[in-house]
Design a protein around this ligand. Structure first.
Ligand SMILES: Cc1cc2nc3c(=O)[nH]c(=O)nc-3n(C[C@H](O)[C@H](O)[C@H](O)COP(=O)(O)OP(=O)(O)OC[C@H]3O[C@@H](n4cnc5c(N)ncnc54)[C@H](O)[C@@H]3O)c2cc1C
Length: 404
């Protein structure tokens, strides 16, 4: 190679972006390849912990990590800016405050709320989407408690929380609420029975895709802590103070409405003109965009087929992290030659937290685990990622098993 350095630009410092940068810096020589990471915040956050931030069961700062603490800023140029457009033909990326050109692009811009055109959902419902949005949910819920305590004849619906969706995020959030609400009741001298937490789900089941025994366990655990479920019930409309549900158009008044029922890929990938399947870019097995071998698309922006099941892989952190390994190898291969790797998911299991010391899921070869054992496993999964990203120091500072 001769002349100026090749430019690899990584968009988004989520699971896919951070792990790509980590692996790229390990595999590409600094004297030949320049690596740039762009992110709209100067911190990386644990998206998988946002429901805890939203419920107020962990502090905001626990979920975020300064990017400069975990990447080598001498090796990687970090650009704290927001991507506004990807020009794939010109090989440039437009930022709010400038423009970057690239030879290779890695897109890990994550997800945004999908509301399926439900009237009022965008305007009136919160979503667990970023640190800032999650913090707003936490503050809003607590504000409702403070208002209820201070008003002369408070409307009881102030203390009703409606959660739309009973998928992974919805269920984990309900688990955290089941822990947090009794604490708020104590803090504001409000009887627990004055608070309603209602989950509304269009499907007849919670957590589609999970084993029946596991989901029965999850539902019973949440119901035992006062969560109400309205399954097989569609949300028809969201108003500022109510949700209209079901064929009978029942109106349930609520002080807090949180939508967890749908996510879609960051709209920037569609706007860039990549071919989409259900809003995501249908990448090939080497994770490259169709017609653009120099563009890798990972995590929640990518539609990656599982050839064994004939279905796409679900949007998970575990998959985003594993995709980053394949992506870094393939960028190196495209520059220096060799054999491109195809993505194959190594399923280490899935565990859903139910709040407090409860959880359930499967590990390794499909073994079912429940309760404290599952919770410990969930923490191990979280800490393993922190270890991969920032070694034992990061586990000690932010991990779920830290001694303080
Ligand atoms: C509450 C919750 C719980 C979850 N629990 C689990 C779990 O237990 N296990 C699991 O495997 N998965 C879980 N998931 C799913 C998992 O978090 C996602 O699949 C994963 O975060 C996808 O990684 P990503 O790198 O594609 O995107 P993200 O991690 O979302 O990162 C995207 C990054 O891009 C940045 N960004 C976005 N737009 C721009 C822009 N225009 N300019 C610059 N930067 C931008 C964002 O700030 C962010 O840093 C959960 C999701 C949620 C919301």
């Amino acid at each position: 190679m001769s002349g100026s350095k090749l430019k690899v630009v990584v968009l988004g410092a989520g699971y896919a972006g951070m792990m790509s940068v980590k692996r790229l810096t390990q595999q590409l020589p600094a004297e030949e390849v320049e690596i740039t990471l762009v992110n709209k915040h100067n911190y990386h956050y644990q998206t998988t912990w946002l429901h805890e931030v939203a419920a107020g069961t962990i502090d905001v700062n626990r979920s975020r990590i300064m990017i400069s603490d975990v990447i080598n800023t001498k090796r990687v140029q970090f650009v704290h800016d927001t991507v506004v457009k990807i020009n794939k033909e010109e090989k440039t990326v437009q930022l709010e405050n400038g423009e970057l050109s690239y030879d290779y692009l890695v897109i890990g811009l994550g997800f945004e709320k999908a509301t399926f055109g439900i009237p009022g959902m965008d305007k009136h419902a919160f979503s667990i989407q970023s640190v800032d949005k999650s913090r707003m949910i936490r503050d809003h819920i607590e504000y409702q408690f403070a208002r209820y305590r201070n008003e002369k004849n408070p409307d009881p619906s102030m203390l009703t929380i409606i959660v739309g969706g009973a998928g992974f995020t919805g269920i984990e959030f309900l688990g955290e609420l089941a822990e947090r609400i009794p604490q708020l009741c104590k803090k504001y001298d409000i009887p627990r029975q004055d608070v309603r937490i209602i989950d509304v789900e269009a499907m007849d089941t919670i957590l589609p895709g999970f084993d029946d025994e596991l989901l029965a366990y999850a539902k019973e655990s949440l119901e035992a802590r006062g969560i109400e479920f309205k399954l097989g019930t569609m949300i028809k409309e969201v108003k500022s103070d109510a949700v209209v549900v079901g064929e009978e158009q029942e109106e349930i008044k609520a002080g807090t409405i949180v939508w967890t029922g749908g996510v879609q890929a960051n709209r920037l990938v569609g706007e860039a003109g990549f071919e989409l399947t259900k809003g995501k870019v249908n990448v090939d097995a080497t994770l490259r965009a169709p017609g653009h071998d120099e563009v890798f698309i990972l995590g929640d922006c990518a539609w990656v087929m599982n050839n064994e099941t004939g279905k796409p892989y679900p949007p998970t952190a575990q998959i985003a992290i594993q995709e980053a390994d394949v992506c870094a190898h393939n960028v190196k291969t495209m520059i220096y030659g060799g054999t491109l790797k195809e993505f194959q998911f190594d399923d280490k299991g899935t565990v859903a937290s139910l709040g407090g010391s409860d959880a359930m899921g499967t590990v390794f070869d499909g073994n079912k685990i429940y309760g404290m054992q599952a919770k410990v496993m969930k923490n191990v999964i979280d800490d393993r990622y922190l270890f991969l990203l920032g070694g034992p120091k990061l586990v000690l500072r932010k991990g779920k098993f830290r001694p303080f």
